[in-house]
Structure formats: structure tokens, C-alpha cells
Design a protein around this ligand. Structure first.
Ligand code: DAH
Length: 340
């Protein structure tokens, strides 16, 4: 009996089956009612009592071993079968989910694109700035309210005034101090102001600044560029109007409105019935600004303009709450999937 158990154990160790039928045949041979192992259990009756314990244990081990072996052969089969079935080489690939460009980036790129067609090149400056580049060189009076803690985030006041820039106009002074005209730059960037956050104000936002300095630059040049920009950005039907305004760094200064792109200028709730919406500030660079950065204001003149990217984005995509731009809500961002 012991010999037989050993012989069967060896046999079962090396069992192999080429297909499901062969495996079933093996199962019948070893484990079915009349199979080899159950018949050993039948013979067990005749084993002398003193050997029953040892042989009984070995028989059980053999039976478990055979069952496991058959099951594992079967599992291997099934795995193989599944593999064969799941590889469908004709199936099209699952689409990879693409990220979306942020609306602010989309509009920034579009603005840069329009100005680069007019020969403007990209210029950038630091977000952490000093008082001189943000205010001093830009002709702000010493007691201008923007220099107050209430309006500007100061990083240190002594010895030097270091602050977060409140506008991208600082890139004008940075560029002019190390280059001579002709200068034709477009400067996108993030700016910071000490404002309570609400749907219409944020403590940081984005601007684009444009500066052109050369001989004989006139207000007419500025107007042409503004009209070109407005029509490229908002469509060929767009009209512009300039309203006199004041900025320390330009003289004369103006604010530009475009004909409301929602009602086409007829007047609606969005433009408060006026038919116009404001989009940017501009003007002829004040001679003081040119001189402060080492450019001869008798030989050269220039124009500058600055706009908020959020404002342009709101007009283009009707985003009503400024906070949406920095909340990273996927439902909002995914709406711009098709915009690029
Ligand atoms: N820096 C101004 C602001 O933050 C915007 C601006 C107005 C920029 C007129 C200019 C300009 O270059 O000429 O409100």
C-alpha cells in the first residue's frame, strides 16, 4: 500500500495535460469514484490496525495533492483561454484623455499672437519687484495711493522697498533701462494687489503690457494698433472708442472701449445699455518715463497699453466669477477643451 501511494505521488507530480479533455481524463483516472485514489481508500479497510494511522494520513495527503494538481492544471488552462479571448487586435485604442489649456493661457497666447504679427517681441520681468521699477520709474508721485500698504503687497519696506508688482508696466522700465529704441515689446505676466477676493476682484490676476518706442511714434499709430487688436480678438465688426483718462506713465492717456460683443453695440444688460465695454488703458509714454530709464525724450516717443487678461477672457467666454480662474474646478476647465 505504501509503495503504491508513493508511486502515484510521483506520477501525479509530473502530470501534464495538453487540453481540457486530456485533463478530464486524468481527473477520471485518479479521482473519480472508481479512480485510483478512491480505490485505495476502498482497500484501506484491509490495512492492519497498527498501520491505519500512518497510511490513513498518507492517503489523505495524496488525495489533496492530486486534487490540487488537477485544479492548478485547470486554472492554467483557463488563464490561457482568457488571454486568447481578451486580445482583440482589431479593436481601436482607448482614447487617451487629454488635459485642457487654462482659459487664461489660451487668451494670453492669443493676445501674444496678435501682437507678434505686428512685430512685437516677448519681454518678461520679475513678479517680486522694487519700488523703482513699479512706481518710481513709471512717474508715480511719492504720495501716490498705490504706494500704500492698503493697495500693494510689500515684502520689505526697509532698506529697499521690495513688493509684488501691481502691474506689468514695470517690465517697460526694466526693458528701457537696458535697451535703446526701437523697442517693441509685449509683456504678459501675473500681478498682485491687496484686494478682498470677490467675484469681481482678486489679489492676483494677469495683465499684458505693450510698449513701442521709436522716432516719430504718434497717437495715430497707437489707434491703429488698438483697432487691429480689437478686431482680431473680438471679430471684424468690432468698433473702438477712446475716452480721455489719467495714468502717471502716459500723457495723454486714454481708456479704450469696444462695441459690446454681446449685443453688437445696441445696448444690453451686459454693457448696461451703453453699447460699449471697457477693455484697456493706453496712452503716449510720458517723457519723464523715457528719461527715467535713460531714453532721450527729445529724439524718441512711444505709446503703451495695458490690459487685464481676465477681463478679456470674461468678454470672450462670459466667465462671470473671477474666482473660477484659480479654483481649478475640472468642470469649469473642461469647458475649454475644444477652445484650442
Ligand atoms: N498699468 C495700468 C493698470 O494696471 C494699465 C495701463 C494703462 C498700462 C495705460 C499702460 C497704459 O501701459 O499705457 O491699470
Amino acid at each position: 500500500m505504501l509503495e503504491k501511494i508513493e508511486k502515484l505521488t510521483e506520477e501525479i507530480k509530473s502530470l501534464e495535460a495538453a487540453n481540457a479533455d486530456a485533463l478530464e481524463a486524468l481527473r477520471i483516472k485518479y479521482l473519480s469514484k472508481k479512480g485510483e485514489i478512491p480505490s485505495l481508500f476502498n482497500d484501506f479497510r484491509n490495512v492492519p490496525n497498527e498501520q491505519k494511522k500512518e497510511i490513513g494520513q498518507k492517503l489523505n495527503v495524496l488525495k489533496n495533492f492530486a486534487t490540487e494538481k488537477i485544479n492548478s492544471l485547470k486554472a492554467a488552462f483557463e488563464e490561457k483561454k482568457n488571454d486568447d479571448e481578451t486580445i482583440d487586435l482589431t479593436r481601436s485604442a482607448a482614447p487617451a484623455q487629454l488635459g485642457t489649456r487654462h482659459p487664461i493661457s489660451l487668451v494670453r497666447e492669443e493676445i501674444i499672437d496678435i501682437f507678434s504679427r505686428l512685430g512685437f517681441t516677448l519681454a518678461e520681468g520679475p513678479e517680486i519687484e522694487d519700488d523703482w521699477h513699479v512706481f518710481g520709474a513709471m512717474n508715480f508721485a511719492d504720495d501716490h495711493p498705490a504706494r500704500d500698504m492698503q493697495d500693494t503687497f510689500f515684502i520689505s519696506r526697509n532698506p529697499a522697498d521690495i513688493l509684488l508688482r501691481t502691474h506689468t508696466s514695470s517690465v517697460q522700465s526694466r526693458t528701457m533701462e537696458h535697451s535703446q529704441p526701437p523697442i517693441r515689446i509685449i509683456c504678459p505676466g501675473r500681478v498682485y494687489r491687496n484686494e478682498a477676493i470677490s467675484y469681481r476682484a482678486h489679489c492676483f490676476f494677469h495683465q499684458v503690457e505693450a510698449l513701442y518706442v521709436d522716432k516719430n511714434v504718434s497717437f495715430t499709430d497707437l489707434k491703429q494698433v488698438l483697432l487691429y487688436f480689437a478686431r482680431e480678438m473680438f471679430g471684424p465688426e468690432t468698433n473702438i472708442r477712446l475716452r480721455p483718462s489719467y495714468f502717471p506713465f502716459t500723457e495723454p492717456s486714454a481708456e479704450m472701449d469696444i462695441s459690446c460683443n454681446l449685443c453688437g453695440g445696441k445696448g444690453c444688460a451686459f454693457c448696461k445699455g451703453t453699447g460699449w465695454v471697457e477693455i484697456l488703458g493706453c496712452g503716449m509714454v510720458d517723457p519723464n518715463v523715457l528719461e527715467a530709464s535713460g531714453i532721450d525724450s527729445k529724439t524718441y516717443s512711444g505709446y503703451a497699453l495695458g490690459m487685464g487678461i481676465e477681463r478679456i477672457t470674461n468678454l470672450k467666454y462670459r466667465v462671470k466669477d473671477l474666482r473660477m480662474f484659480s479654483e481649478n474646478d475640472m468642470r469649469f476647465l473642461e469647458e475649454f477643451e475644444s477652445a484650442h
